[in-house]
Design a binder for this molecule. Structure first.
Ligand SMILES: *Cc1c(COP(=O)(O)O)cnc(C)c1O
Length: 639
């Protein structure tokens, strides 16, 4: 038995430090002493593995997108509560009203949950298109609820909004381009309903991070100062300036630096003061989105982190607003924010199983005989000296190994060595690299040429998911998400790995991870066991990922399970949505599943007629075909 003392001393706490769960988990996730990741709310903890076991019993196969409703509720509570506390503490004289921007996760379950739980805080919705408007109108029920309409609005969109005002919703049209105003004026006269108007201004305050083009002169959104003056004059002419009640500014998404937020608020206040002086009856100020999620847990102003807490965000906004507007002797407006990412990111986790591993280690092969090629013998000599010698010639051995291996490859190409000889050389080569790698662990300083060796020998763990469907931002914008095993965390993870998905695309891999101190090219994982599934979770994926995913290789939507945790540590499966079937994804790209089945039947029937298969074979084939059509697009485990 190969017993290493460290096995005995590895604790769940060491795993917590390694994967950073307390740094990025926002108090929603923890580790039990048994080495299981738990979801924490209501002073209880539920191991995610219990939920996974519940899924297996309900035949919900991996991958699964798990939503924990309590976390969504808790985030809405925290946001509203943090603003209320800041308002009270700083004696600000108007309330906070949050709105949730539907585009961040438009799934009906999510929007309905936000509307239901947010009702007690008057939490409203932000919409950027007609479909989102329809979703908002059919989800919100309380009169007085805020609906903020951004985006380009045509006559139909405007009619919907005016009728919403008549119904009692506080539905604001935020003017993004000068062309919208004439339609609003015309339709409001026609329908005899006074509009609630907001205006989006172009901010000059530039912010860092990935979405910085949302602000600045070249931003495609918002009115310039001259357009703003034209708008005010036109509204005056129409005697409608009292309808202009909201100022809107959105600095960008995922703003990592609190100083930039404060700068934006100061600039917005200047607009607010001067538009009020022009006679606008402003009563709401809307700062858009931007409240960041600390994906890496570094608490820094790095683009995937944030250097402030929720409480600091709220206090900075309220404080800056109060101080600036008090100078102008203006009444305090209702504060609106459109936090999307921070509201939904924490509540969803992508869970998947590992299907296979590729290791870059020698494999034992049968011996071919002893008339070995000279180059093979040279390689064996390198290995022997490596094992015997101390480390000072390690780089030389590394170079030699490369040289001999490349020579063999060259000879193979020219037909001078056979496949077995070449595979033996490749094997020896890996053995040498592993030997060097082990030696590196004992060195104080790693030679520059060997710095990348460890990563280049990392395992590839194949996960049952599609990056393009479930984690598109990893591919599109190099987003980092916390990834870790959800069990076995009381064992030391001894392998270093990258992850590959099951699409046949070389971009379908993850090779940047949140390391203990920095971004890491590999993820520590456990050795697979023969008789046990190994489950990983990708955390903080509730924002944007579902919406932007695509059908690469026709992998469709995953199964989705919503759970609600109870105070007695039990949980309920509130909703489950089976992911796309193969027939579903094929029909998205305009195939006709019925016709496909018919054509396949004809092909099989012809084979019967021509005597290539029996009628019984045909029946079997048609059964397989139709079961497949109705099945999941991902790798399914046989029961
Ligand atoms: C995208 C967007 C949001 C949401 O931003 P988050 O950073 O996700 O909170 C809010 N408002 C507008 C106008 C947006 O375009």
């Amino acid at each position: 038995m190969n017993f290493k003392p460290s096995d005995a001393f590895w604790s769940a706490q060491q795993s917590a430090d390694l994967y950073g769960i307390d740094r990025w988990g926002n108090d929603y996730f923890g580790l039990s002493e048994q080495g299981l990741v738990t979801a924490k709310t209501l002073n209880t903890q539920v191991p995610l593995m219990d939920i996974v076991n519940g899924m297996s019993e309900r035949d919900l196969q991996m991958p699964v997108l798990l939503r924990i409703e309590n976390i969504l509720d808790a985030q809405i509570y925290r946001l509203n509560n943090a603003f209320s506390e800041a308002i009270e503490k700083l004696e600000y004289q108007a309330p906070y009203r949050g709105v949730y921007p539907i585009k961040v996760n438009q799934q009906a379950q999510v929007v309905e949950e936000i509307a239901a739980f947010g009702a007690r805080f008057n939490h409203g919705l932000e919409v950027g298109s007609k479909p989102e408007m329809i979703a908002a109108l059919s989800t919100l029920t309380e009169p007085g609820s805020l609906i903020i309409c951004n985006g380009y609005k045509d006559q139909e969109f405007i009619d919907l909004g005016l009728q919403a005002v008549k119904l009692g919703f506080k539905c604001f049209f935020v003017i993004e381009t000068p062309a919208e105003l004439p339609i609003i004026i015309e339709r409001s006269k026609e329908l005899n309903i006074e509009p609630l108007i907001g205006v989006r201004v172009k901010m000059t305050a530039k912010v860092s991070g990935h979405w910085n083009s949302t602000s600045g002169d070249r931003s495609v959104f918002g009115l310039s100062t001259t357009q703003l003056i034209q708008l005010v004059d036109r509204l005056k002419e129409e005697e409608m300036l009292h309808c202009l009640q909201l100022l809107h500014c959105h600095l960008g998404s995922q703003i990592p630096n609190i100083r930039e937020i404060r700068g934006g608020v100061v600039e917005a206040c200047r607009y607010y003061a001067d538009l009020s002086a022009e006679g606008a009856a402003l009563s709401h100020i809307d700062f858009g989105g931007g409240l960041a999620v600390d994906y890496t847990g570094a608490q820094s102003n790095d683009s995937q982190s944030r250097n402030y807490t929720l409480e600091e965000y709220c206090e900075d906004i309220v404080d800056t607003l109060k101080n600036t507007l008090d100078e102008y002797d203006l009444a305090h407006p209702t504060i609106v924010t459109e936090s999307g990412r921070a509201t939904v990111a924490y509540s969803s986790i992508l869970l998947f199983n590992i299907l296979d591993v590729t290791k870059f280690e020698p494999i034992e092969l049968p011996k071919v005989g002893d008339d070995d090629h000279q180059l093979l013998q040279n390689m064996r000599d390198v290995l022997t000296t490596l094992k015997e010698e101390d480390s000072h010639r390690i780089q030389e051995h590394f170079n030699d190994a490369h040289f001999y291996r490349d020579e063999i490859r060259e000879l193979f190409k020219r037909g001078q060595v056979d496949l077995r000889t070449r595979s033996e050389a490749e094997n020896l080569f890996l053995e040498i690299l592993q030997q060097i790698n082990n030696t590196l662990d004992t060195l104080e300083r790693i030679p520059v040429a060997l710095e990348g060796l460890k990563d280049s020998l990392a395992d590839i763990y194949y996960g049952n998911f599609s990056l393009f469907q479930s984690l598109p931002d990893i591919w599109a914008i190099d987003q980092l998400f916390p990834i870790m095993p959800i069990h076995r965390l009381d064992e030391e993870p001894k392998r270093n790995a990258i992850l590959a998905d099951i699409t046949c695309d070389c971009d379908g891999k993850i090779d940047k991870f949140i390391g203990e101190h920095d971004v890491s090219k590999t993820l520590p994982l456990h050795e697979l066991k023969d008789d046990e599934e190994y489950y990983l979770g990708v955390f903080l994926v509730g924002a944007y990922q579902e919406t932007l995913g695509d059908l690469h290789n026709l992998f469709g939507d995953t199964n989705v399970v919503s759970v609600r945790l109870n105070e007695d540590s039990t949980f309920d499966f509130v909703k489950e949505i089976h992911g796309d079937t193969i027939a579903d994804v094929l029909s998205y790209v305009e195939y006709e599943p019925k016709e496909m089945a018919l054509r396949y039947r004809n092909t099989a029937e012809r084979a019967v007629k021509e005597g290539r298969i029996t009628a019984r074979d045909r029946q079997q084939m048609l059964k397989t075909f139709s079961a497949s059509m109705q099945g999941y697009t991902y790798y399914e485990r046989d029961e």
